[in-house]
Design a binder for this molecule. Structure first.
Ligand code: FAD
Length: 370
């Protein structure tokens, strides 16, 4: 298909998911326009940790994450420096024997699904990550996980889309979407397909979409190269925790030498304020695992909004003919952006998909609001 003859597609939203969709659709010859209400990559994507991770999730999410991480790994050699690609792997840390039992079950679950993992005893753990406190029971290493700088990765995907003829319009908030057209700046703009990739704001454009913002805090430190070697997470962390308010230990070494400290989840709508008590709990949790963090200089705290769905799975696919959705990726949208783009492109062009798209069908009865 040539760039001039493919379907016209409007992608609403230039976060990492919209950018990946734009890249993949432009690559196969679609004539893509991306309409972004603010600045590209400045939404949930900019607030994110950028951990490209395969969690021990139920099958549909596992399949999407594993496939997407493979796509990131395959393109790692060509990623520009601004993506800050860092193949550091993940360490899931167990505090005691009870957690070690869970960790062994987690290891078995990964291995049955073909994922390479390694169990570390306390001595090996100390060697792998000397800043962790003594007395921990062990860890599970997932060596193929990696870390990216999400705004840089988004810019890169958009650049590749533009190289195939896509047009990006920032500060162009879409007021309404309908199949095959959107209203922007008071006028209607037509296309063959509209893809809504507006994260939690997708529910403002398609009100029946059950996506809500789940606030998360992150703290970033000054530069301490070599302080940590892996993304390190407590075993109890879950990317789709449904509690109204939760904190978990999750720290990341950035390519810059900075340390990113998370994580928290709260359901408070779009309130952009830093919750100082949640931040304090989050930091206490982190220093309990890595005592040396308390001596580091924290530079900034921010919040972002994970786009959460009731069943924890993203909404990817056709909503009605001429209108597609790619939203609701909660805490895994950086990881799964490339797989999402693959599914949207195959479905939009009526081609076979690489993984089963049905679990992500946005019309699935159990998640659609009555
Ligand atoms: C604290 C935190 C940590 C996270 N850590 C990780 C992690 O380690 N790994 C991981 O994989 N994921 C992580 N995530 C999740 C990840 O950030 C999201 O799942 C992902 O960024 C979603 O991408 P998106 O493109 O759908 O959303 P966004 O980046 O929010 O993009 C949506 C875009 O749509 C635009 N938009 C909205 N409404 C309109 C409109 N009407 N018209 C035009 N444009 C519009 C917005 O301006 C925005 O730019 C984290 C999230 C948070 C908050």
């Amino acid at each position: 298909m040539s760039a001039s003859s493919g379907p016209r597609v409007i992608v609403v939203g230039a976060g990492i998911v919209g950018a990946a969709c734009a890249e993949a659709l432009a690559e196969v010859g679609c004539r893509v326009t991306v309409l972004e209400g603010g600045l590209a990559g400045a939404g949930a994507t900019a607030a994110s940790m950028g951990h490209v991770v395969v969690m021990d999730d139920p099958e549909p999410q596992f399949a999407l994450s594993a496939w997407s991480r493979r796509l990131w790994t395959e393109r790692a050699p060509e990623l520009p420096a601004e993506c800050e690609d860092h193949p550091c792997g993940t360490l899931w840390v167990a505090r005691d024997e009870a957690e070690m039992d869970r960790l062994r079950r987690k290891a078995a679950s990964y291995m049955t699904r073909g994922e390479r993992v390694e169990i570390l005893d306390p001595v090996a753990l100390r060697e792998a990550e000397p800043q962790l406190r003594r007395g921990l029971a062990g860890a599970l290493r997932v060596p193929e996980d990696r870390v990216l700088y999400p705004p840089g990765a988004t810019r890169h995907l958009l650049e590749r889309a533009r190289a195939n003829g896509a047009v990006l319009r920032e500060r162009s908030a879409v007021e309404r979407v309908e199949p095959r057209r959107v209203r922007v700046g008071g006028g209607w703009q037509g296309a063959d397909i509209v893809v809504v990739a507006a994260a939690a704001a997708a529910a403002q454009l398609v009100p029946a979409l059950p996506i809500e913002p789940r606030r998360g805090h992150l703290v970033i430190t000054d530069r301490y190269p070599g302080f940590l070697r892996h993304q390190v997470i407590e075993l109890g962390y879950h990317a789709h925790a449904l509690d109204r308010e939760s904190v978990a230990f999750n720290v990341q070494p950035r390519r810059t030498g900075q340390i990113l400290i998370g994580s928290s989840r709260e359901l408070v709508g779009w309130d952009p304020a830093v919750n100082t008590s949640v931040r304090a709990r989050m930091l206490r949790r982190a220093t309990d695992f890595v005592p040396g963090l308390s001596a580091l200089q924290a530079l900034r705290t921010w919040v972002g909004f994970r786009p959460a769905t009731p069943d924890g799975l993203p909404l990817i696919g056709e909503w009605e003919p001429g209108l597609f959705v790619a939203a609701g990726h909660e805490g895994l949208g950086v990881t799964t952006s490339l797989g999402t783009a693959g599914i949207i492109t195959s479905l939009a062009l009526g081609r076979p998909t690489v993984i089963d798209p049905r679990p992500f069908d946005p019309r699935r009865a159990e998640v659609v609001r009555a």
